[in-house]
Design a protein around this ligand. Structure first.
Ligand SMILES: Nc1ncnc2c1ncn2[C@@H]1O[C@H](COP(=O)(O)OP(=O)(O)OP(=O)(O)O)[C@@H](O)[C@H]1O
Ligand SMILES: [Mg+2]
Length: 284
């Protein structure tokens, strides 16, 4: 009996959050590194379906770094990274498009449908969703890596309003139709701002942002974040991640979180419980 009462209490704790987020858009970036475990993948899909059923509007953006890396390796190609961004030549871009749009995207759509939801997979070229220009890092050419210049979220809005859960692969297109590899965190942040979303959640393979002693930083301001980057505590793939959280806040998103995607039901825990300290939250 006690057990049943506890179950009811969990639902009661969720009630104010359900009310607050009803009809709101939540952009969730699902990192390639957090996708490797089958049970975690299934729990992620269930979480997303539950959000949709209770009237929130989840939008999934995915990465696929490890999956792209594995395919490139099989082809005998090795990538180099500049500030967490993959240097992308034409051959690498073919692999990026095949793996992200063709494989990872389909797998997520399928897992959501197995969990009882209806889902539509898209890339940033569908409906001119993500317009980009070629990006350089400190003047360095890193190939077909795109920087988002415009977002037309209407395709997401229509898909979402029709009852489907949109799943977006981070591939952008420039004015002449050339496709570019976009960092999935950046794509998620830009989408979150363009959709006026309530929340941006980046799921990754660490607890959140860690300090130089490996301790979780549960809250960060913009100044603190910049300090950690200059001091070298925040490096590699965490750089675009914190950058996009700060941009999303600037773009009007109410809250941005970096959450441990290896934890079962990480999404539900973050949205529907009172517990602070699930990952890192960025505050204005
Ligand atoms: N201060 C920090 N705290 C936590 N992780 C950090 C920090 N600095 C660098 N990192 C690295 O950032 C990584 C997360 O970014 P990464 O790009 O590898 O994964 P992802 O974005 O979740 O996946 P994908 O790029 O495939 O979408 C961590 O695994 C860690 O190695
Ligand atoms: Mg990354």
């Amino acid at each position: 009996m006690q057990n049943l009462v506890e179950k009811a209490e969990v639902l009661v704790e969720a009630l104010p959050y359900m009310r607050r987020f009803l009809g709101k858009t939540i952009v969730i970036k699902y990192g390639g590194h957090a996708m490797t475990d089958d049970s975690v993948r299934a729990s992620f899909a269930v979480d997303i379906v539950l959000l949709k059923h209770i009237g929130l509007r989840p939008v999934v953006v995915h990465g696929g770094g490890p999956q792209i890396g594995a395919t490139l390796k099989r082809l005998g190609k090795e990538s180099t990274f500049v500030e967490g961004l993959r240097v992308t030549d034409d051959e690498t871009m073919d692999v990026v498009e095949m793996v992200l749009g063709g494989k990872v995207n389909r797998e997520i759509v399928e897992s959501i449908q197995r969990a009882g939801g209806r889902s539509v997979g898209l890339t940033g070229s569908d409906g001119a969703l993500l317009r980009v220009r070629k990006k350089t890092v400190n003047g360095q050419d890193i190939g077909r890596v795109g920087e988002v210049t415009d977002v037309d979220p209407s395709v997401i809005t229509s898909v979402s309003e029709s009852g489907f859960i949109p799943v977006v692969a981070p591939i952008g297109v420039d004015g002449s139709g050339t496709t570019y590899n976009v960092n999935a965190d950046e794509a998620a942040g830009e989408l979150a701002a363009a959709l006026d979303s309530e929340k941006l959640m980046l799921l990754t393979d660490v607890q959140g942002v860690l300090d130089s002693n490996g301790q979780l930083l549960s809250q960060l301001t913009v100044e603190e974040t910049l300090k950690h980057i200059t001091e070298g505590t925040i490096t590699e793939g965490m750089i675009p991640k914190v950058g996009c959280c700060m941009n999303a806040l600037k773009g009007g998103v109410s809250s941005a979180h970096i959450v441990d995607g290896r934890v079962l039901h990480a999404v539900l825990l973050e949205i529907f419980t009172d517990d602070a300290g699930v990952g890192t939250v960025f505050v204005p």
